[in-house]
Ligand binder design. Structure first.
Ligand code: ZN
Length: 273
């Protein structure tokens, strides 16, 4: 039996399972105004880069006074990745947190001493498969990679978080505009964010925390989205008209990323140099 699911919100992919199993839908939301143009680390050093450690200027201030922060370990995060994200060496993290082993557990709370982070530490491996970027909202008012990962596991996504990237809105211990990198991106796996038109295979899935059928995208979320999309467009040579909404995908019946998502403004910003 095939189940047709129509969700006014949306997103991590709507699919069905064989007899007796459930239909599993997904997430979605978005809209606001932005300020200064973000940096473009690739512009000066093109395709040789395999990783970029940076964030939009509205989120990360390199001249800010370092401070201690608490970090709640997310899915698949490693001590090594946290040391890069916060620019604090692993030995210091282990000592301050009295860790006997570098292995972390999801949900574990860590003190990060004297940091200006978090700063997105984004791997950019060589790849030719990524030809689209698909924008979503989670259709939740709060959350982070950990909570959305759990939801997606419960919905039957074996590899959890269906998106490659998630942009936070300042809830659930994450910063407004913080970019979280999913396992599917780190391991260059198919997404589970849009099951039509091969978008899980050829599309990079980016979602923002929020329900943008009901509320607006925050300025910092939009800044981070613009920053990330421009970075990926440049790295993978993805054309402007291949940056699409989930609702633009052929065969989808969804509002994702929400009717209040400022699509025209977003497209104008990613077109600018
Ligand atoms: Zn969606």
């Amino acid at each position: 039996m095939r189940v047709v699911f129509k969700n006014p919100f949306c997103c991590a992919g709507i699919y069905w399972r064989p007899a007796g199993l459930l239909l599993l839908a997904a997430l979605s939301g978005c809209a606001t105004q932005p300020p200064a143009a973000p940096l473009h680390p690739l512009r000066s050093t093109p395709s040789a880069l395999s990783v970029v450690s940076a964030s939009p200027s509205s989120f990360y201030n390199p001249s800010a006074v370092p401070r201690d922060v608490t970090h709640v370990v997310g899915p698949y995060e490693t001590l090594w990745r946290l040391s890069k994200t916060y620019e604090v060496d692993m030995d210091t993290l282990m000592r301050v947190n009295h860790l006997n082993s570098p292995h972390l557990k999801e949900g574990q709370r860590l003190v990060i001493p004297s940091t200006r982070g978090p700063r997105a530490y984004i791997p950019l491996p060589n790849a030719t498969r990524w030809t689209y970027i698909v924008i979503h909202h989670t259709a939740t008012h709060d959350g982070n990679a950990s909570s959305i990962n759990k939801i997606h596991h419960q919905r039957g996504f074996w590899n959890g978080l269906g998106y490659h990237f998630l942009i936070d809105n300042g809830t659930d211990t994450k910063g407004e505009g913080q970019i979280e990198i999913g396992k599917r991106w780190v391991e260059q796996m198919d997404g589970a964010h849009c099951n039509a038109d091969d978008m899980n295979i050829r599309g990079i899935g980016i979602s923002l925390i929020g329900n943008f059928s009901e509320t607006n995208v925050t300025a910092k979320e939009l800044d981070s989205l613009v920053y990330l999309v421009k970075l990926l467009m440049e790295r993978y040579r993805i054309p402007y008209d291949h940056v699409i909404r989930h609702s633009d995908v052929k065969g989808k019946n969804t509002e994702c990323p929400g009717l209040r998502f400022p699509w025209a403004e977003f497209k104008r910003r990613i077109a600018s140099r």
